[in-house]
Design a protein around this ligand. Sequence first.
Ligand code: SF4
Ligand code: SF4
Length: 161
Amino acid sequence: MALASFKNTIIRNLVSKPKTRKVEKEYPVGTRGHVENDMDVCVLCGLCSIKCPTHAITVDKVAKTWSIRPMSCIQCRCCVDNCPKKCLSMGLRFQEPGSEKVTKTFKQSEKAIAAQEALMKAAKERAAAAAAAKAAQAAQAGNAPAPAAPAPQKAPEKTEE
Ligand code: SF4
Ligand code: SF4
């Protein structure tokens, strides 16, 4: 009797659908995904790190790296919404599960470093040009007396009664 029941169970399990779902390779619509950074565009300004409520992001301007601890990220999108360069996004791709708290570090690309250096050089040149123009204006003004500084106000004297 017990053997017949056991056989029935085996046959039923062989023909029935599995009780588990297949691992999905894509996030279902509506999920938030995980943070991805386009290091060709990132200028390492550090705003994402400041805005992150869980301190999951670290920016090292000297080493030119951007790091994230995925297990600390709560997928709030705050960094994505505040990035001035719009290089952060919520990637909707499957990630391998893991049991260790890893830190993922990405180095700024040569392209981004070159672009940033060019921007800084241009800013320095603009500042130097502005300073030169100001100096020339001052020289043109020649001996014109500088506007008198307002006289310091005298503190009211104390009167003793
Ligand atoms: S990802 Fe955006 S906010 Fe974060 S350091 Fe790079 S440019 Fe700045
Ligand atoms: S999504 Fe939210 S928690 Fe995750 S890194 Fe960005 S700001 Fe931090």
